[in-house]
Design a protein around this ligand. Structure first.
Ligand code: PAF
Length: 293
């Protein structure tokens, strides 16, 4: 990893430049990879920091992957503050940014996809059909190009992290997956590139998501094992506010308690589980979760 502050990060724009760089990495040097869609925040910086501690060279990809957005999702308005991202990477001592042009990453006749079956049946997989297929396809392609020894993902996107971990295991990819804790604002709100869409009022309300999860976790720690009761605790804590002026009301997408192994709903919590939720504040969809125990 570079020394940070002022060291210019190498920006690679094409697949062939990335291949050339990777081929030139000396044999004994370890490569750590942090895939992102940019709009970097303290959550990403934590991934980069953890990566920098473990490896010799840190590479960050910045690519808003069209394959993982549904037709009515926010692909067009997804934030793309590249210069700011580049500065943050420079300050953090990142060695390389891979930021392909959106037109050059997939060939025009791209027809190959990666599907991890089963783990996407619930949670975000149920509300965003095709999303994880898009995530797995881009990450597998990126892994092929970068050939990292270690790759870093946030636990905030827990379903993504567990699906990708399964993909790595099933396809015998030769790398270690590292899952990093969620970074939160002082209010408890999990950091997300999508928080930038929220009004101050929505942000205050959205802090209730983590409050709900924490209250349910306390109930679990005090012996409550019934998922329905824990879910109602989360729901009761949630501040959805009043009806909005536009036609996109605040609403719960899901509150679910699933097993960590299969990501399937469980009625009585008798194994490692995830309490997870997704909520819309207007058009902005937020997710959060807590692992239990
Ligand atoms: O978590 C994200 O930002 C994206 O889903 C990822 C892993 C970079 C793939 O596009």
């Amino acid at each position: 990893m570079g020394e940070g502050l002022g060291v210019r990060v190498l920006v690679l724009r094409s697949l062939s430049d990335l291949r050339q760089w990777r081929d030139a990495v000396p044999h004994g040097k370890s490569v750590g990879f942090v895939p992102t869609m940019g709009a970097l925040h303290a959550g990403h910086m934590k991934l980069i920091e953890e990566c920098g501690k473990d490896v010799d060279l840190t590479i960050v990809s910045i690519f808003v992957n069209p394959l993982q957005f549904g037709p009515n999702e926010d692909l067009a308005r997804y934030p793309r503050p590249f210069e700011q991202d580049q500065k943050l990477c420079e300050q953090a001592g990142v060695d390389v940014i891979f930021a392909p042009e959106s037109s050059g990453f997939y060939s025009v006749d791209h027809a190959t996809y990666c599907d991890v079956e089963g783990l996407d049946r619930y949670l975000c997989g149920a509300s965003r059909p095709g999303h994880f297929r898009g995530v797995c396809t881009v990450v597998l392609k990126l892994f092929n190009l970068v050939q990292p020894h270690r790759a870093y993902f946030g636990k905030k996107d827990i379903q993504q992290a567990l699906i990708l971990r399964k993909m790595v295991a099933d396809l015998s990819l030769n790398l270690e997956m590292v899952l990093v804790d969620t970074v939160r604002e002082p209010s408890g709100l999990a950091l997300s590139s999508r928080n930038g869409y929220l009004s101050d009022e929505d942000k205050q309300r959205a802090a209730s998501l983590y409050r709900g999860l924490s209250t349910a976790r306390s109930a679990y720690q005090n012996g409550e094992r019934n998922s329905e009761i824990l879910k109602s605790i989360i729901r009761n804590e949630m501040d959805l506010g009043s009806v909005r002026a536009d036609d996109s009301p605040n609403r719960i997408d899901y509150i679910e308690i699933v097993s960590q192994s299969k990501l399937e709903p469980i009625i009585i919590i008798d194994q490692p589980a995830v309490m997870a939720l997704a909520v819309y504040y207007g058009k902005t969809r937020l997710i959060d979760n807590i692992l239990i125990p």
